[in-house]
Design a protein around this ligand. Structure first.
Ligand SMILES: *Cc1c(COP(=O)(O)O)cnc(C)c1O
Length: 380
């Protein structure tokens, strides 16, 4: 296997990031210290909501959200099948049943008509996934959720910094989750955050990340007290100060990172506009800011051809990828819930033809041209 010279995504780290982390190493607090709330404040102010709960991963943030909204046995939560498995797994963690919605074939965003058709008296929530960095139709989803009395959660792990009709993702759903994995917009190594305007949700999530305990170590140190109460079953989903200091340093460059992602997407767009067999996902007019976590194209032809293109580009050192295998087709979901082929036809069709091309802030124009010309050699 040839070494991948152009990955599909990677972090951008500079000297200020390194300095921020080493400053924490010289301080008194490696975890539950002041860098955690500084990072929480930074992200919540950036998106414009009152509460941010930083945790150890995007998956932990999803789990916190399911806990906060009270998902339990017998509850149904509607999730798009075109997502990372963690979106649905979080529902299962709390004993709920994920019900898979199909997606729009042009955008791969959750299809509101599919959501509406799946609502039953057992439905407690819908999780919107801002696929590739494009916000879902939050206007329609909000109306639907309010009319039917269900909670709207946003898995915005692809969409930190994106805007829907001029409004930032993070302030559009009841709870919104972000991931800070190295391929995402900003990184903490591993990490995630849940943001919400609802104090009750936030309080539940703060406890849930810390064993269900009502105060943390620093609170008790500062109050000179040893007393605490565990009021609920929780986990250790804490994130360290080392990670949060990196997150705060990264956040100051988020807008710059997104601008570069958009430039790269526009270079791809300009090329593919003239190609017949490579079609980028549609960008809707309501998407006033696309965060381009991913640049996904659809190839005309079937699975065989896509797999050949995939192997051809990988052989040339280009880290193409595939987002995603529809979640309902994974063996776990087939076995546990009896889901199978035919459940979400648009997502299953798209799965046969999609390919993710490299996009990250450190990708040079030259690298983008290399990706394009390699793809051209094959498909033209
Ligand atoms: C990355 C991602 C997650 C999980 O985030 P981690 O930080 O890796 O746990 C969840 N959902 C989506 C859509 C993601 O892209």
């Amino acid at each position: 296997m040839k070494e991948i010279t152009i990955p599909y995504g990677r972090q951008t780290i500079d000297e200020l990031d390194i300095e921020a982390v080493t400053n924490v190493l010289r301080s008194n607090w490696l975890t539950t210290g002041p860098a955690v709330s500084t990072f929480e404040n930074g992200v919540k102010n950036y998106v414009g909501v009152n509460h941010g709960v930083a945790v150890s991963s995007g998956t932990a943030a999803l789990h916190c959200a399911m806990k906060a909204i009270g998902i339990g046995k017998g509850d149904e939560v509607i999730v798009p099948t075109m997502t990372f498995a963690a979106t649905a797994n979080a529902v299962v963690f709390e004993g709920g049943t994920p019900v898979f919605a199909d997606v729009d074939p042009d955008t791969l965003l959750i299809d509101e008509a599919s959501v509406e058709s799946l609502i039953t008296p057992k439905t407690k929530a819908v999780v919107a996934v801002d696929f590739a960095g494009q916000p879902c139709d939050y206007g329609t989803l909000r109306r639907l959720a309010d009319e039917r009395g269900i909670v709207l959660v946003s898995d915005a792990c692809h969409a930190l910094g994106a805007e829907y009709d001029g409004r930032k993702v993070g302030a559009l759903a009841d709870i919104t989750l972000f991931s800070f994995h190295p391929v995402k917009h900003i990184t903490t190594g591993e990490g995630g955050m849940a943001v919400t305007a609802d104090k009750t949700y936030a309080d539940t999530m703060f406890r849930f990340r810390n064993h269900g305990i009502t105060s943390d170590f620093r609170d008790r140190e500062e109050k000179g007290s040893w007393y605490y109460e565990m009021v609920d079953l929780g986990y250790n989903y804490r994130i360290s100060d080392l990670q949060c200091a990196l997150g705060t340093a990264q956040l100051s460059r988020l807008d710059e990172f997104i601008k570069r992602r958009q430039q790269i997407a526009h270079i791809y767009d300009r090329h593919f506009a003239a190609w017949e067999n490579v079609t980028p996902l549609t960008v809707k007019s309501s998407t006033t800011r696309h965060a381009f976590h991913l640049y996904v194209v659809k190839l005309s032809g079937g699975l065989r051809e896509r797999d050949e293109v995939f192997r051809y580009l990988r052989k040339r050192g280009i880290g193409v990828n595939l987002h995603y295998i529809p979640v309902h087709l994974h063996p776990f979901y087939k076995k546990r819930f009896g889901y199978d082929h035919g459940l979400c036809p648009s997502a299953e069709d798209a799965y046969k033809t999609i390919l993710t091309l490299p996009v990250f802030p450190g990708l040079s124009d030259n690298d983008v041209e290399t990706v394009v010309s390699s793809l051209k050699d094959y498909v033209k």
